[in-house]
Design a protein. Structure first.
Length: 176
């Protein structure tokens, strides 16, 4: 029941518009904002841990909700394609480590999902939405090159097709 209520609130807020975002996302060509966050296992991760490799960062609203589950499972199902081209995938939401652990175990997610409990990383990437009672990260993604520069920002993400779009773009960018 709780997840249904959260899903309905997220759906309603999606239609409310994006004017609730205080700061815009960093521009393509600018350095990716750093982070220091715990993953679903309680281990700490920093942006510099990924220096020297391509990184797909996807922000999502809430663990175990329909769109977020679809997106996570699509990344899961394509993780070997990302690894084959030398790219890492991380998901970030404002859920806590325990929620991420349950979500990751339930869907057997073979990649890192980070707990941005205070919303500071989502805010730095311009994706934090604050609706007085709840904060969420909007569904947006970023591709970061091996030098730590944002080379692609996805503002309108379709959970059903996004993973393939990211893979195609990574292959194109790596071929340049």
């Amino acid at each position: 029941m709780k997840n249904l209520l959260i899903s309905l609130v997220l759906l309603a807020l999606t239609f409310a518009g994006s004017n609730l975002q205080a700061d815009g996302p960093p521009a393509e060509g600018s350095p990716a904002p750093g982070f220091h966050l715990q993953d679903q296992n309680g281990d700490w991760h920093d942006l510099q841990d990924y220096h020297g490799s391509w990184l797909a960062i996807y922000f999502y609203p809430k663990d175990d909700t329909p769109g977020c589950t679809t997106e996570a499972c699509n990344f899961r199902d394509n993780i070997y394609a990302f690894k084959a081209i030398g790219a890492s995938v991380i998901g970030i939401s404002v859920d806590d480590v325990g929620s991420h652990r349950e979500f990751s175990e339930k869907y057997k997610l073979p990649f890192t999902i980070l707990a941005d409990e205070d919303g500071e990383t989502a805010k730095a990437y311009g994706v934090l939405r604050d609706w007085k009672l709840v904060q969420i990260a909007s569904r947006q993604s970023f591709l970061v090159n091996p030098e730590g520069v944002i080379v692609k920002h996805y503002e309108d993400v379709d959970p059903d097709t996004h993973t393939q779009q990211v893979l195609n773009d990574l292959e194109g960018l790596m071929g340049e």
